[in-house]
Design a protein around this ligand. Sequence first.
Ligand code: TTP
Ligand code: MG
Ligand code: MG
Length: 388
Amino acid sequence: MEGVAPNAVKRRGVAKPLNCMADHISASRKIIHVDMDAFFSSVGQRDDPSLRGRPVAVGYAAARGVVAAASYEARKFGVRSALPSVTAMGRCPDLVFVPPRFDVYKQVSGQIHEVFARYADLIQPLSLDEAYLDVTANKAGIETAWLTAKAIRAAILEETGLTASAGISYNKFLAKLASDHRKPNGQFAVTPDMGAAWVETLPVSRFHGVGPVTAEKMKRLGIETGADLRAKPFEFLQEHFGSSAGWYHAIARGVDDRPVNPNRVRKSSGSETTFDRDLVEAADIEAGVLRMADEVWRWCDGRCSFGRTATVKVKYGDFQQITRSRSQPTAVSTHDGLRQAALELIRSVLPAEKGIRLVGVTVSNFVEAQATAAEIAELPIFAEGIAA
Ligand code: TTP
Ligand code: MG
Ligand code: MG
């Protein structure tokens, strides 16, 4: 399945973006976003031929298990990442569960990043299975970004036995949206002259930075498509979405000036609060923790950054500090999920006889961040730790 014309991302005049901070960045860049198809489950099907053509879920068929990845065969039944395993089995009785193999995913990830490095110097890994490449400089000497993406995908298939999809455009926002457009095993290009109009046709829930909670809120405000978003004045967006207004205003017009940043590191997001007085009442402490969970959620949801580990930190009146963490195989991707995890963690240290001075909530191990060996080693077990 292939996308638009092969000469798609040749440089053309770009309409001058609004709020453009760096003209040299926005003018005629060539960005490719590459993302592996059904990554974890494709690895499973590659290594066990009996799984090919069958609906496969990576994860555990346990009562509290969730699906980490679903093969495209399984997706026909509505099985997706982050779906509870029990629900998935209900939707697809023939679903085969395979346990995760993080060491193999990490190894394949290394292989695909070696391929990327042959085609671009400016590479921003987003997770084990995807990256942005800025190919404006045309390291490999290939005529178009479209053909460069084809070459990258062919090399990945050749060297790993797995398929990838690609999006090609003049900024990261559009390239990422485009890589989803012809999945699996396809590519799609969004040219400068079609970008703004294309965005208008898409549901806002697909936009980077519009998480499930924001999408719901936008829906209540009558915003379901890019066109709806574009129609809202900046002031309206500011009133309802505060500091995210600038981003929403820009992407509704297909504008995104963020550079491909090889050094991007954001490993966690946390909020903490010191109470006016040391608290001993469980209800008061829990309310404080939930407030922090809500703050962290706003950050996660706004950036579509969902982490697999929730941590609650407690500082007592005597300044002794403890943390409790919980890791799960897939990201905490709902507001309720984070609140629930935070509550369970704080309850594991209650009652608090000596009074609590401060509580904090942190989310880490982002699914879209480059996972480290240490993070992977800790999965998929339910880890509970204490740190002084
Ligand atoms: P994705 O690239 O989001 O999904 P995918 O590769 O399975 O499928 P697609 O073809 O749509 O790209 O994620 C890459 C891997 O990250 C995925 O195979 C499993 C893991 N993952 C989780 O463990 N939990 C999650 O909630 C998501 C979204 C992904
Ligand atoms: Mg993928
Ligand atoms: Mg991915």
